[in-house]
Write a protein that binds this ligand. Structure first.
Ligand code: ADP
Ligand code: TRP
Length: 334
């Protein structure tokens, strides 16, 4: 039976947060453990340089993202964890794909359109602050996915459009050059596809509403205690389903723990007590990974070893596909 290839990436543009973990990292790690699945998870450093132009910051974020995967249970002997820029075939393929990508497809991409909208609101030139990397982002992402012939791409719902674009590019390529590229499918879990942040919007680095994954116990407690709540009296019944605290708890508690907290909300629990319960739950789930995370950050050579070994494993596959593609295009006339 052919193995199902799973692939996903995270940009090293900030510190990983609970939304990344619940929405993508945890489901991706579960998928990697399934029988007949082969997982390739990567750090999208070439995507990050679209916005991060500070050497120290970028290096730090790359370490943090890699350490997070490893601390949360990625097994590097069965799951290939790699750095995008270690596989130059991906950027080579991106150029080829850009030559079969209609410009109009990229005009409609969300991230580019969002930049245009901000410029319009601010009454600036539409291209202000837009580099070609941002514009081409979906082509590089298509190349990330297509170079390994991925079947499934576990992501949060904000990435659906990018995966649709990757499918469109693959179709356009196959139509011209033969059935070489596999059309990938987004893998999205209904319950975790959009984790809210402390202000109720999607938890995102860009909105400043995140709870970082790896805080010290003391800082985690402080973050949780800071979550804004309404002014209902401590003993007043509260609606669990509109409470960020409860929603976060649901992602970590067992069924009976969640039912107990729901009952406590309905009977009247103080916000302080609800926050304390959430803190204890999160802290016990994250205590062990936190220790491993700190260890990886203190010993970056352990990360380097994993990434270098992965590059050796993947590059022959990437080269083989690229050769097949070049041959189909007429780029190997001799
Ligand atoms: P951010 O929006 O904070 O910049 P990224 O774009 O780095 O996050 O996201 C990395 C992965 O985590 C993507 O697959 C994305 O869909 C997922 N993800 C990020 N935030 C959330 C969230 N709040 N809920 C569900 N998934 C998320
Ligand atoms: N665009 C993704 C994000 O913002 C990161 C990413 C880059 C990615 N290449 C990918 C995700 C390929 C899945 C597959 O989070």
């Amino acid at each position: 039976m052919t193995k199902k290839i799973c692939l996903t990436g995270i940009k090293p543009t900030g510190t990983p947060h609970l939304g990344n973990y619940i929405g993508m990292i945890r489901p991706a790690l579960e998928l990697a453990e399934k029988e007949n699945h082969e997982a390739y998870y990567f750090i999208a450093d070439y995507h990050a340089i679209i916005t991060v132009h500070d050497k120290k910051k970028l290096e730090g974020f790359i370490h943090e993202v890699a350490a997070s995967w490893l601390a949360l249970g990625l097994n590097p002997s069965t799951t290939t964890l790699y750095l995008q820029s270690h596989i130059p075939e991906i950027t080579e393929l991106a150029w080829i794909l850009s030559c079969v990508t209609p410009k109009g497809l990229l005009n409609r991409a969300h991230a580019y359109k969002a930049a245009l909208d901000i410029n319009e609101t601010e009454k600036r030139d539409p291209d202000y602050g837009v580099n070609l990397g941002l514009y081409n982002y979906p082509v590089l992402m298509a190349s990330d996915i297509l170079f390994i012939k991925a079947h499934y791409v576990p992501v949060g719902s904000d990435q659906i459009q990018h995966i649709e674009i990757a499918r469109d590019i693959a179709k356009s390529f196959n139509h011209k050059f033969g059935n070489i590229l596999r059309l990938p499918e987004a893998m999205i879990q209904e319950k975790t596809k959009l984790v809210p942040g402390t202000d109720g919007r999607k938890m995102s680095k860009s909105y400043g509403n995140i709870i970082p994954l790896f805080l010290s116990e003391k800082k985690l407690r402080k973050e949780i205690m800071k979550i804004p709540t309404d002014s209902l009296a401590p003993s007043a019944p509260k609606n669990p389903d509109s409470s960020f605290i409860f929603q976060l708890f649901e992602h970590f508690g067992s069924e009976s723990e969640v039912n107990d907290l729901r009952a406590a909300y309905e009977a009247g629990i103080s916000w302080g007590d609800a926050k304390q319960q959430l803190f204890e739950k999160l802290n016990s789930a994250l205590a062990k990974p936190r220790e491993k995370y700190e260890d990886f950050l203190a010993n970056p050579f352990k990360i380097k070893e994993v990434l270098e070994e992965s590059a050796l494993r993947i590059r022959p596959k990437a080269k083989a596909l690229l050769n097949e593609i070049k041959e189909a295009l007429g780029l190997q006339p001799f």
